[in-house]
Design a protein around this ligand. Structure first.
Ligand code: DCP
Ligand code: MG
Length: 404
């Protein structure tokens, strides 16, 4: 029994970017419950509700000890009535009816399965559900048209829904480094996303690529992709100019080098651990596959569409010597590197909160390209993440403490 007088009161600042959030979460049961409701809201196109649950979960992640009584939460920010009700239910009954029934609902289960396909978002999944498609089997039987990304996503469904380990991320880092340095000596590769925050697993592997000399990074992405493709490392790739970032760049005309931001969404073919233990083994697998891929591409206009079948025929799943892994590559000019690094390290909520802080508290617009000061009507330069935090009037938070 806890004596009310001994109850620890918590206090945290209201923006996630003002807090240090490590991976040491003392309230996993509560944050898992709130995250599930956030996910459900996001999948149902209720972004506002989603963010509210994400913010509530993030506050609990920042607490130094487990919550044991509702009275401890007095005065904490971002905990709305709905989140408080869920927390209360769990503290009192060990579970929340709302969370449990959401988890069990056919709609939520179908949304999870369908959006688990790479290239399928909540809108597509919702349309399919309205057409009576609730699982992969029904999708395949339906004759629904899939784009190239979705086809690849379906082919590699199991692999892509299995978490990527840090060891796998490190193996892919070596490959990407080799590719980048081969096509542009002196170029640099940084692992970003969850792995940079110290996570041991992730849903993908994120990289940021730059060159210390401004302008040298131009045209780098197609060369890197060509190198990776010719070595047989890519099961799928789509390179895009990042329009999301161009639109969000805020006031002022984006300078010409902003158009250079390129992103490659890919699916890597990673040799299994036994095969890549020693460099020779990796090369053996690589050579075997690239020879095969090369032969194929000479006779086939679209090698990707047949690769699964081909591999399944030669290597049944259980004996496959490789697995599919989602990899994101982003190229940034060095002048924007600090912003890109900060923007691609996450977490997603931390990023959102940084932008909200910049806009609401500082009258600034922050993107992965730049920081614009609306009062001074000018861009603020930064060569490091530390400088960006300083411009924003925030204490520097290292990547390992951005796990909001
Ligand atoms: N990001 C963002 N907004 C987007 C896409 C990405 O702010 N629309 C940033 C924040 C993310 C980072 O890029 O943390 C990488 O995106 P991921 O979806 O890969 O997120 P994580 O790497 O944090 O998670 P996971 O470990 O599941 O890969
Ligand atoms: Mg990631």
């Amino acid at each position: 029994q806890i004596n009310e007088a001994e109850v620890v009161l918590f206090s945290v600042p209201s923006y996630a970017c003002q807090r240090r959030t490590t991976l040491d979460n003392h309230n996993v049961t509560l944050t898992d419950a709130l995250s599930l409701l956030a996910e459900n809201a996001e999948l149902s196109d209720e972004d506002g509700r989603g963010v509210a649950f994400r913010r509530a979960a993030a506050v609990l992640k920042a607490l130094p000890a487990p919550v044991t009584a509702m009275s401890q939460l007095t005065g904490l920010p971002c905990l709305g009535d709905h989140s408080l009700r869920v927390i209360k239910d769990i503290l009192e009954n060990e579970a929340s009816d709302e969370v449990e029934s959401t988890k069990q609902s056919d709609r939520f289960k179908a949304l999870k399965v369908l959006t688990g396909i790479f290239g399928v978002g909540s809108k597509t999944a919702d349309r399919w559900i309205r057409d009576g498609i609730h699982n992969l089997h029904q999708l395949q039987e339906s004759g629904a048209t899939l784009n190239r990304a979705q086809q690849a996503g379906l082919e590699h469904y199991d692999d892509l829904n299995q978490q990527v380990t840090k060891a796998e991320a490190d193996a892919i880092t070596e490959i990407v480094q080799e590719a980048v340095v081969s096509v542009l000596p002196g170029a640099q590769v940084v692992l970003t996303g969850g792995f940079r925050r110290g996570k041991q697993t992730g849903h993908d592997v994120d990289f940021l690529i730059t060159h210390p000399e401004e302008g040298r990074e131009v045209g780098l992405m197609p060369k890197v992709v060509f190198w990776l493709e010719s070595q047989g490392f890519l099961l799928y790739q789509k390179t895009t100019r990042n329009s999301y970032l161009e639109v969000k760049d805020g006031p002022g005309r984006p300078s010409s080098n902003m158009d250079r931001f390129e992103r490659c969404l890919s699916i890597f073919k990673l040799a299994k651990k036994e095969e890549r233990g020693i460099k020779v083994a990796v090369n053996t697998v690589k050579t075997r596959d690239s020879v095969r891929d090369h032969t194929q591409s000479e006779t086939d206009q679209n090698p990707q569409s047949h690769s699964y079948e081909r591999h399944e025929l030669t290597n049944p799943p259980a004996h496959r010597r490789w697995r599919a892994v989602r990899v994101d590559l982003v190229v940034s000019p060095i002048s924007q590197f600090a912003f890109a690094l900060l923007g691609w390290t996450g977490s997603k909520l931390f990023e959102r909160e940084l932008r909200r802080w910049a806009g609401h508290e500082k009258a600034m617009s922050l993107s992965s390209h730049a920081l614009y000061d609306n009062k001074q009507s000018r861009y603020l330069r930064a060569a490091s993440e530390e400088e960006i935090f300083a411009h924003l009037g925030l204490e520097y938070i290292p990547p390992s403490e951005r796990n909001a």
